[in-house]
Design a protein around this ligand. Sequence first.
Ligand SMILES: [Zn+2]
Length: 71
Amino acid sequence: MAKCLICKRKIESLVAIGEQCICRSCEKQIIGMKPKDKGYEELLLQLKPLSKMILSSYEKIEDREEREFEE
Ligand SMILES: [Zn+2]
C-alpha cells in the first residue's frame, strides 16, 4: 500500500509519480487550487521536488486520453 505524498494517508496507488502517489482527494485539491488560495504555497513546497516528474506524467496521461478520445 502506498502513502499519499500530500496527506500521508495510506492509499491504493491512483496517481503514481515514480514511487510517489497522490490520493484522489489531494489530486482534486491540487487541480482545483488557485495561487491565491490558503495552503497553495505549502502545497507547492511539498510538490516541488517532484514537480518535473508530476508535470511529465500528467502530460503523458493527457496524451493518452486525447488519443483514446480520437479513436
Ligand atoms: Zn492525499
